[in-house]
Design a protein around this ligand. Sequence first.
Ligand code: HEC
Length: 149
Amino acid sequence: MGVKLSRYLLCLIACGACAQTLPDGPGKETFQSVCSRCHTPDAVIGKQGSKQWWQSKVTEMLQEDTDVTESDVDTIVAYLAKNFPIVRINVNKARALDLETGLELTAKESEAIVQYREAKGNFKTLDDLKKVPGLDAVKIESKKDLLEF
Ligand code: HEC
């Protein structure tokens, strides 16, 4: 828990500037009450996941919380999957800022992608993208499900 908590604090500091709010919709209240027990529900803002991904995340988060009913879990997963879906990023069209926020890159990395694209033309595959100088190949590989060419 000690390590988990400090990672959470780091995340809080990093996200301190994003003043986004949670979207309204069915399940919001259940989500907010259950997912506020350990941290603010804002932890989900900026995350993207398929229904399966959210299902596993919610299961992971609630493993010690045996009093949450299965139907509440379903409600929460449905709310998250609907409001925080995977948004694919077209690496040939996206602006630097969209690359930065959508793929969690640094400003420098996203600008390097745009510059490379302008100089060499469109990326066709993930391997093309990995040629961008200064881009972390492991990091970009981990985002491959979000990429569109
Ligand atoms: C038992 C305490 C606890 C509850 C309840 C809880 N969380 Fe968490 N959550 C944590 C901790 C601790 C962290 C930070 C450490 C980590 O990343 O594992 C965290 C981090 C997160 C993160 C960001 C990091 C990541 O792994 O992506 C998300 C998203 C998240 N929680 C979602 C949820 C959702 C959705 C719920 C409600 C279903 C929830 N949490 C309920 C303890 C909890």
